[in-house]
Write a protein of this length. Structure first.
Length: 149
């Protein structure tokens, strides 16, 4: 549960004498980066049907938008396969994050649920992006704590 996870963060931070705000910031950057990089980039060579003319994959990866307090309703046509713009946005938004604030990472593309739940990316993300990242959250937290000096 979220309460148990929060208690775990507090316990580890207290043990290591860490600033909880720094832990929270490092964690949301880590988990956001994991989700963004796990988001598949369309590869028409793997599709059953032909791609639209001029198709370039990468839009889903770049449509993750970080925000605090209110979910973003943004979308972008950016198709850079690296997803670096989305990662940079997550880093910028989390820069002033404080414990207790709600951090959102949203993707408003109409097909993002299909990528996550319906196997639209049976090779790159057969079990989705979010579900896998949530199972890796404890390790992301450990990585975040260890990254703080």
């Amino acid at each position: 549960s979220a309460d148990k996870f929060g208690a775990l963060i507090t316990q580890w931070a207290d043990k290591k004498k860490l600033d909880l705000d720094k832990v929270a910031r490092a964690f949301v950057i880590q988990i956001s980066t994991n989700i963004i990089l796990k988001t598949p980039v369309g590869n028409p060579d793997l599709w059953k049907s032909k791609a639209p003319s001029g198709y370039t994959g990468g839009r889903a990866r770049n449509n993750w938008f970080a925000s605090v307090s209110t979910p973003s309703n943004e979308t972008t046509s950016n198709k850079a396969k690296s997803g670096q713009a989305a990662i940079n946005k997550a880093k910028a938004v989390s820069k002033n994050l404080k414990v207790g604030q709600v951090y959102y990472l949203t993707n408003n593309l109409p097909y993002i649920r299909r990528l996550e739940y319906e196997g639209w990316s049976s090779i790159q993300a057969p079990a989705g992006m979010l579900r896998i990242s949530v199972t890796e959250a404890e390790q992301a937290l450990i990585n975040a704590i260890n990254s703080i000096k």
